[in-house]
Design a protein around this ligand. Sequence first.
Ligand code: ZN
Length: 158
Amino acid sequence: MTNAALDTDLRDLYQDLILDHGKHPRNFRIAKNANHEALGHNPLCGDRLMLYVTVDDDNVVQDVAFQGSGCAISMASASMMTDMLKGKTLAEVGALFDYMHGACTGETVTPAGLAEDDVDRIKALAGVRHYPMRVKCATLAWHTLQAALKNEKKVSTE
Ligand code: ZN
């Protein structure tokens, strides 16, 4: 199978996953005991989400949750991100963010050391780079995550 064919299969497969996460977001709740939180806003599309992150003393993410409203891509991306981050160290979270950001802007190099499953899911989300208007929808949760971890309370994609 060629790489292109494999990519298409992967895209079809993850299309379903993205639609499912968009319709039934995981970790969609308020986390009262979170020690990091931020509000993310994408004025271009109207996506808005509140992200709650709980990091323990060993810099491991114990819990991630979000609430908000927006288009299916923004909700699916947030849902998939929260699924990915639990149990990760902050260093691993940083590597995933860098990869997501790069993948959405056309970077094709996959960094070493990431879990294969996470790489596949990020590749699927990064399919939005073919639709420039949607990139900010897909990256909103990730920018909100960065803001929360830096203890910035608010972030806008503009
Ligand atoms: Zn959107």
